[in-house]
Design a protein around this ligand. Structure first.
Ligand SMILES: Cc1cc2nc3c(=O)[nH]c(=O)nc-3n(C[C@H](O)[C@H](O)[C@H](O)COP(=O)(O)O)c2cc1C
Length: 242
């Protein structure tokens, strides 16, 4: 039986040593289907998940992860990739979806208005936000918006670096959905950012402007798999009720 959300969250720990025992890749794939249900900025879904099950690629990725135990002993790996470069394709997918959903001749005025707004978002606003050239256009947009921001609240995160953060944020949420889903079925994971991301991209034949959000080791934890008790700074230090 699957754990409850709270049980899965409490169960999940970063596991660095896994048992030499296979895990079911169908179940892992199912957890990745849960990953893509995570919320994502503007619903652009600028992510990809490489589910690595072949030994040759596992070995290569282990090397690129500096031979960390969490990679070396993992039965499978999941590479979470941020694909900011796919924004045009994802805008188009959203436009097609909107057109299919609002494809009724008898649409009332409210629906027609909603369709127009949604199309405007993906055909105008998103291209304005995501388009850039060597960071120059992003900086121009940023400076102009700072000026507008003197007079009214305005969205300011439009530089190249901001858009990278936006993309990784959503990919991170998907990664957490995945790890909690794995925990729910008694599988263990370890997120890793310790890797040579250029080598990882070469191994997976990813384009230059894609980015590795994290690599997740997957397996069943060995008794030595959890390195120590869980440590968190006191909750009162991070919880601010305002
Ligand atoms: C983005 C990210 C990157 C991480 N990178 C590594 C890593 O490269 N190697 C590693 O052993 N653990 C890595 N961790 C795991 C953290 O060390 C771990 O989550 C933290 O110590 C808290 O422990 P817990 O996950 O067991 O609660 C990473 C965690 C996150 C969220």
């Amino acid at each position: 039986m699957e754990k409850t959300v709270s049980e899965a969250i409490a169960y999940r720990r970063s596991c660095r040593v896994y048992k030499d025992e296979p895990i079911d890749s169908v179940k892992v794939k199912h957890c990745l289907k849960n990953a893509v249900l995570a919320p994502t900025s503007s619903n652009l879904q600028l992510w990809e998940f490489y589910h690595v099950t072949t030994q040759d690629i596992l070995n290569k990725l282990t090397k690129a992860c500096f031979e960390q135990n969490a990679a070396k002993t993992a039965q499978q790996l999941v590479v979470v990739v941020a694909r900011k470069d796919l924004w045009r394709k994802r805008c188009k997918a959203n436009v097609e979806f909107i057109n299919s959903v609002y494809d009724k001749p008898d649409m009332n005025e409210r629906m027609a208005k909603r369709k127009k707004m949604a199309l405007n978002y993906y055909e105008k606003l998103m291209p304005f936000t995501y388009f850039d050239f060597l960071g120059i256009f992003g900086m121009i947009k940023y400076l102009s918006l700072q000026f507008v921001g003197l007079f009214r609240p305005i969205y300011r995160q439009v530089r190249l670096s901001d858009m990278r953060i936006v993309t990784h944020k959503s990919a991170g949420l998907a990664a957490q959905n995945f790890m909690i889903s794995m925990a729910a079925i008694g599988y263990d994971t370890c997120p890793m950012e310790g890797s040579d991301t250029l080598r990882v991209k070469r191994i997976l034949k990813l384009p230059y402007n894609s980015e590795i959000t994290m690599i997740i080791g997957c397996g069943i934890k060995d008794e030595k798999g959890i390195y120590g008790p869980r440590f968190r700074v006191p909750f009162k230090e991070v919880y601010k009720e305002v």
